[in-house]
Ligand binder design. Structure first.
Ligand code: PMP
Length: 387
């Protein structure tokens, strides 16, 4: 019975004397997930050996792509937003209720999955320039997808505004069953609460409370705020650092207290869009979820698309990890923070999603830079990070 064999190859899955892991027992086993919701949270922390060796620090990454509904940290958020809405009586299963959301993908995918599991429909609005594989996946998950032209938040046809309007139209229409629920990941504080209640405490437990910095990008800000709110009271010395892609205004907000210089601020509506191939992080406005933890963010690192692409290649070549764009941005910033802190420190970051979500856009370019098999040194990747 190979499941009982003491394995040195799979040390993490070998249960040893733990009966729950030995292949014995029955359906009362505590490690059986009840539905897809049970596959959300409790993700492993990976030590990134190559980045640890190159910096002399321990660099740990929370493998959020292993959340088992929509395969990103947004599973936690989707479950939290739906559960809160059910508790408030806004959502009711099997009444024909539909969840509406504006998303660049991950949140929509998580909502579509958890919605199905709970008896709801999902309608997802996303900008038309988002990687096509995300909308394909949404359709396969049974969601309806509306791709709208990329636009600034002040435009009523922008993806978030479209989703809000569709939910209102649904509720107002007497011929449509059920109600429309606008999940509103940017302003709905059930988002950061999910990270404050689960992601943060998990990181604390997995590190035994020994960590010197937490580094993450912000799309809605839910991850950064929630984890900071969980960890800072326990670890007042912890450095919380934003990893920001090029073109995002949050970097300036954290470094200088203003998102835009006066000339930029009076400029065009276009300033509300972030000019980067990195999807999911970077934003030019302050959301409720970012505001909740903004006072706890100590510093910011700006990461260019080129640096993110090189780091993505590094993670494949040295770690065998195929991750998406925001994960790569996080790792560039984590390495930069490790360098600043000095040897022997511990830095924790997030691996948000798989590279398979980014094949047609980020990885199409990242696969080409430098040609086949070219290695990038960490110095070269970090050289032009702005801080
Ligand atoms: N990475 C990806 C791929 C995402 O889609 C998002 C969320 N939009 C994030 C990171 C950022 O997470 P948060 O919204 O919690 O700031």
């Amino acid at each position: 019975d190979h499941t009982r064999r003491k394995s040195s190859i799979f040390p993490l899955t070998d249960g040893g004397d733990d009966p729950r892991r030995s292949g014995e027992g029955d359906a009362s086993r505590e490690d059986i997930s009840v539905g897809v919701e049970g596959l959300i949270g409790n993700t492993p922390l990976i030590k990134l050996r190559s980045l640890s060796d190159a910096t002399g620090c321990e660099i740990f990454a929370k493998a959020e792509f292993l959340n088992g509904a929509g395969n990103s940290p947004k599973d936690r958020v989707a479950l939290s937003m739906i559960t809160h809405a059910e508790e408030d009586g806004i959502l009711q299963p099997d009444r024909g209720d539909t969840i509406y959301e504006g998303t660049v993908g991950s949140t929509g995918i998580s909502l579509a999955s958890v919605a199905r599991a709970r008896g709801y429909k999902a309608h997802i609005c996303m900008p038309s320039d988002v990687s096509i594989e995300k909308s394909d996946l949404l359709l396969k998950l049974g969601a309806t997808v509306e791709r709208v032209l990329p636009a600034s938040i002040v435009d009523q046809n922008q993806f978030v505004n479209t989703a809000r309007r569709r939910a209102q139209e649904h509720t107002a229409d007497p011929n449509t069953p059920g109600r429309g629920f606008f999940a509103d990941q940017f302003e709905n504080t059930a988002n950061y609460l999910a990270h404050q209640e689960t992601t943060g405490p998990e990181i604390y437990a997995q590190t035994g409370g020994k960590l010197d910095a937490f580094v993450a990008g912000a799309g809605t800000g839910g991850t950064l705020s929630g984890v900071a709110l969980a960890l800072k009271p326990l670890l007042p010395e912890l450095r919380v650092v934003l990893a920001d892609p090029q073109g995002s205004g949050l970097f300036n907000k954290i470094k200088y207290g203003v998102m835009f210089s006066p000339t930029e601020a009076e400029g065009t509506r276009r300033r509300h869009q972030v000019d980067s191939i990195v999807e999911g992080i970077g934003i030019n406005r302050l959301t409720a979820n970012m505001s909740a933890g903004l006072h706890l963010v100590d510093d910011a690192v700006k990461v260019t698309d080129e640096q993110a692409m090189k780091m993505a290649r590094w993670l494949v070549e040295k770690e065998g990890l195929f991750v998406g764009a925001s994960s790569a941005v996080n790792c560039v910033a984590a390495a930069r923070v490790a360098r600043e802190l000095g040897k022997g420190k511990r830095v924790v970051t997030i691996l948000c999603d798989s590279g398979t979500r980014h094949l047609s856009k980020f990885w199409k370019q990242a696969g080409d830079i430098g040609g086949e098999g070219e290695e990038f040194g960490l110095e070269e990747i970090l050289m032009s990070t702005e801080e």
